[in-house]
Design a protein around this ligand. Structure first.
Ligand code: DQA
Length: 151
């Protein structure tokens, strides 16, 4: 069991090479390593999962009913704009979560302005680049009562 679960949606496995002008140069491994260090420095634990498959993410969110996860940080990527199934999983488990987007989804194509998650999320962070994950993990740690030396 981990205090914090960091979830990444489809195509985020390609970070670092995928549209670097939009998403920057950090790889998913860089993001996960930083997030783990941040959590561990504060005395918390963090596990991470990326999947290109909607059902895998639904299954992982459902597992939080039983595995002791206390907070989720998720970049649902393209599923942000399409996935009622993943939204329903969050509503079902009732674990607090923060939605992160690397890019400013409001400054892009109109379809990216709709999110199936934002009204359920404790907070939404977008447009900060990969620093958005650091802010989200910091807020999660604070919410859980850990003091975060990073921010
Ligand atoms: C994204 C924005 C989404 O619209 C897009 O489909 C992604 C990444 C972001 O982090 O900016 O894959 O969630």
């Amino acid at each position: 069991m981990s205090d914090i679960l960091l979830l990444h949606g489809p195509n985020l496995n390609l970070l670092g090479t995928r549209e670097p002008d939009v998403y920057g140069h950090d790889s998913l491994e860089d993001i996960n390593a930083r997030a783990k260090d941040q959590a561990v420095s504060a005395g918390a634990s963090l596990s991470a999962l990326q999947s290109n498959h909607e059902g895998d993410l639904v299954d992982r969110v459902q597992q939080t009913l039983h595995d002791g996860t206390r907070f989720i940080v998720i970049n649902p990527a393209a599923f942000t704009h399409t996935s009622v199934a993943l939204r329903d999983a969050f509503a079902a488990v009732n674990v607090p979560f923060i939605e992160v987007h690397i890019s400013n989804v409001h400054a892009r194509e109109p379809f990216r302005r709709q999110s199936f998650f934002s009204d359920l999320a404790q907070a939404v962070i977008c447009g900060l680049g990969t620093a958005g994950y650091t802010v989200a993990i910091g807020a999660a740690l604070t919410h859980l009562g850990f003091s975060d030396p990073t921010i």
